[in-house]
Write a protein that binds this ligand. Structure first.
Ligand code: TYM
Length: 336
């Protein structure tokens, strides 16, 4: 039987943080041998908020190199840059024309990001989930591994598939495949280091709120030393009164590879003075191989370019026929 297909992506807005890694990329790596995988650097999404043209290209390479450094294996997976495959923009336009405006206006991420932009909200920001739907649907993806915050976007993608198939396909011959989100419970929502009730995020103005995958040992030590805790001795998971405690224990559990039971037993009598150095050491050790591999990949630009060129070709081989199928279903003429 053919393998199920997976598609996912990350925006090239600066560095990746532990939320991106533990919520998404780590799961891509762990599952990759079971699936046929496409991982893109979603650079078209990166301009939905004001961006810097001087750094966009470099940031895209950084993310592609980090995919490899985190363990994405080209034997199982294709890595490519979204803007290199023009079918993404084209399908997004076609989907735009069947998407009710109020579906987009109700999206949580749009409302949150729009609030931060004030008067400067672009149509692209509103349209972000439609482009994301195009990313997924162009590959007939079965599964979309993401963090919890993307669940609503995948629900919208599913609603769009149902709407488009209903209007332009038949029961026996649907135009597009219905994808499912793949969200692991642990790590699906990594919280800020300065406020355990807020998500760790690239757009948080406080650098202290997140640990980036390329942070030096000194930066990691500083951020953990200054992270928010509470005055209670004895550390525990799942106490709603102690969101920081739950978040930091979860980070320790995921980065050390220990089970929840082991960590709960190990830390139940610990104070922060003992736990913080332990988390620091564990984080530095877990990120070291990723950082070493990243340096190796970045030192050979030709190699990275060859990966992205092959990736584009493999992506186009799947995406272009699916775009053609959608256009035919919508009644377009074939180019002569
Ligand atoms: P981005 O770049 O904002 O996030 C990339 C991935 O990281 C996850 N993530 C988190 N997981 C746990 N805790 C956090 N604090 C945290 N912060 C971020 C996100 O859920 C995501 O999986 N819209 C997507 C990019 C995208 C995409 C796609 C994803 C565009 N097209 C198609 C899947 C399929 C996003 O949020 O990127």
């Amino acid at each position: 039987m053919d393998k199920l297909r997976v598609l996912s992506g990350v925006q090239p807005t600066g560095n990746l943080h532990l939320g991106n890694y533990l919520g998404a990329i780590r799961n891509w790596v762990e599952g990759q041998s079971q699936y046929d995988n496409f991982f893109c650097v979603v650079d078209l999404h990166a301009i939905t908020v004001p961006h810097n043209p001087q750094t966009l290209a470099q940031d895209s390479y950084t993310i592609a190199a980090l995919y490899l450094a985190c363990g994405i294996d080209l034997a199982y997976s294709t890595i490519f840059i979204q803007s290199h495959v023009s079918a993404h923009s084209e399908l997004a336009w076609l989907l735009n024309c069947i998407t009710p405006l109020n579906w987009l206006e109700g999206m949580i991420q749009f409302k949150e990001k729009a609030l931060k932009q004030g008067q400067n909200v672009s149509v692209g920001l509103l349209d972000y989930p439609v482009l994301m739907a195009a990313d997924i649907l162009l590959y007939d993806a079965d599964l979309v591994p993401v963090g919890e915050d993307q669940k609503q976007h995948i629900e919208l993608t599913r609603d769009l598939v149902i709407r488009l198939n209903d209007r332009f396909g038949t029961k026996e011959n649907p135009v597009l495949k219905l994808p499912k989100p793949l969200i692991r419970q642990e790590g699906a929502r990594v919280m800020s280091l300065v406020d355990g009730t807020r998500k760790m995020s690239k757009s948080d103005p406080s650098e202290l709120s997140r640990i980036n995958l390329l942070d030096s040992p000194e930066e990691i030590a500083k951020k953990i030393k200054r992270c928010k805790t509470d005055p209670i001795k004895g550390l525990e998971f799942d106490n709603p009164e102690r969101p920081e405690c739950n978040n930091l224990l979860t980070l320790y559990m995921l980065l050390s590879g220990k089970t929840k039971e082991t960590v709960a037993a190990e830390c139940q009598d610990m104070g922060w003075g003992k736990f913080k150095p332990l988390l620091t050491e564990t984080t530095i050790t877990a990120l070291k191989p990723i950082q070493d591999k990243y340096q190796e990949v970045m030192a050979d630009k030709n190699y990275l370019e060859s990966v992205l060129k092959a990736g584009r070709e493999q992506a186009e081989a799947i995406a272009n026929p699916i775009l053609a199928k959608v256009k035919a279903a919508l009644g377009y003429t074939q180019p002569l």
